[in-house]
Design a protein around this ligand. Structure first.
Ligand code: HEM
Length: 410
């Protein structure tokens, strides 16, 4: 019955402020829902999202999919997308992933632990100083942002004097991934892509002249040794991807996650009392509870039949677009006991915040290390941290979910 279908309006400010009640209704009554304005199917149950992410008949890109309008104005953006890991499928995906994989393995990442810990402590101390001076401070800009931005910039080899340019470029580019973007956001995204690409081309050229052992330096060396491995455009596209993906979601987990932690005093007290024992599971729950990347799209790479968890059968022609809602899957009561409760001891916690399958987040080990050190450093250095606001504003976006600010005092 038509009026049984829950309302799904991704432009509604109430939905953008708190999408979880809508996800609950969709999961229950229309877990695979056609949404005409996006020409896509909205998928919200964990079992479906999980299965579809592993299904090789689906991919992030279909060569004919109009990701951005076919217009020369979009060329700078299309170019930085073309060779990025996120926008290609095997065998190209496998080739590029092999070229960069080493840098992100848990073993290599563990070597960064001391540096990450030092950065987290430094920023926690800055937060304490700002609070002491001003009475309160924004946890996101003062504490959260500088940690992953510095880590990823160091990993790639971006000189310190240039790092302040990364955040505005990244914000411009992520706007392009929103289905409900405005012409102004598009113009800003294209400008950011153009500038960012020029910057990375210069950086790669500098590393050709003076070899370096950072990620850009390694990509440049790989290219020189075996030109078939990576093209110049692929170095630029993946440099941009790593710089953006390497900090956006970490910052957003810290903002959304500390909001959750600071509004649940028993959870906060438990992590503070036993950081060694509690931080690992608390970090996973922070990612599950208010997922920073709410959904990603997939395309049917061939005509396919799919039987959904609710028994409905879908015949999807090649090119069909699906919006797989990781955030809705992360609150599915079929998988998570009392999913609307924030429980830092939750384990196992099979959330999909890092995705799954071919495009599973390459930075997951690094992100987990950064988040754990950030949580521990903040609670250690600012032990009485508490909220200085009781109303929260989320940036009105569909894919990226994050707070405009998170004001705290001590
Ligand atoms: C808590 C923080 C993070 C979250 C929640 C997160 C989430 C994700 C998700 C959901 C995807 C898959 C997108 C899809 O399914 O279409 C992804 C891919 C990716 N992430 Fe992360 N990420 C985080 C941190 C990082 C970090 C620190 C890096 C460092 C470089 C990174 C680099 C990437 C890259 C390169 C991809 C593309 C992988 C591929 O297509 O093969 N991410 N991330």
């Amino acid at each position: 019955m038509a009026n049984d279908v829950p309302r799904f309006d991704p432009t509604d400010p109430d939905f953008l402020h708190d999408p979880y009640p809508t996800y609950a209704a969709l999961r229950e009554r229309a877990p695979v829902l056609r949404h005409e304005p996006w020409d896509a199917w909205i998928v919200t149950r964990h079992r479906d999202v999980d299965r579809l992410l592993r299904d090789k008949r689906l991919g992030r890109v279909l060569d004919t999919a109009p990701k951005v309008p076919d217009d020369p104005v979009f060329a700078p953006f299309a170019r930085i997308q073309a060779g990025s890991l996120l926008e290609i499928e095997p065998p190209d995906h496998t080739r590029i992933k092999q070229a960069v994989h080493d840098v992100f393995t848990p073993k290599h990442v563990r070597d960064l632990a001391q540096r990450i810990r030092a950065l987290a402590v430094r920023q926690a101390d800055r937060l304490a100083e700002t609070i002491a001076r001003d009475g309160d401070a924004d946890l996101i800009s003062v504490f959260a942002e500088p940690i992953p931005v510095t880590v990823i910039a160091e990993l790639l080899g971006v000189p310190e004097s240039e790092r302040h340019r990364l955040l505005p470029w990244s914000k411009g580019i992520i706007g392009m991934f929103e289905p409900e973007r405005t012409p102004e956001q598009e113009a800003a995204g294209i400008r950011a892509a153009d500038e960012f690409a020029a910057f990375l081309r210069d950086l790669a050229a500098a590393k050709r002249r003076a070899p370096a052992d950072d990620l850009i330096g390694r990509m440049v060396r790989t290219q020189a040794e075996d030109p078939g491995t990576l093209s110049e455009d692929e170095i630029v596209a993946n440099g941009i991807l790593f710089l953006n993906a390497g900090h956006e979601a970490v910052v957003n987990v810290l903002g959304n996650g500390f909001k959750a932690l600071l509004t649940h005093p028993e959870a906060l007290a438990a992590v503070r009392a036993d950081p060694e024992g509690r931080t690992r599971t608390a970090v996973e729950e922070m990612m599950r509870y208010d997922t920073p990347l709410q959904f990603f799209e997939r395309y049917a790479l061939e005509d396919l039949r799919y039987e959904a968890d609710d028994g409905t059968v879908h015949d999807w022609p090649r090119g069909t677009k699906l919006a797989l809602y990781y955030a809705a899957a992360n609150h599915d009561p079929a998988v998570f006991d009392a999913p609307e409760r924030f429980r830092i001891e939750r384990w196992p916690n099979p959330h999909l915040a890092f995705g799954l399958g071919t495009h599973y987040c390459i930075g997951a080990p690094l992100a987990r290390l950064e988040l754990a050190h950030a949580v521990r450093a903040l609670l250690e250095r600012v032990p009485t941290v508490r909220l200085a606001q009781d109303r929260f504003a989320y940036v009105p976006k569909n894919v990226f979910r994050y707070l405009t600010e998170l004001r705290v005092r001590a």
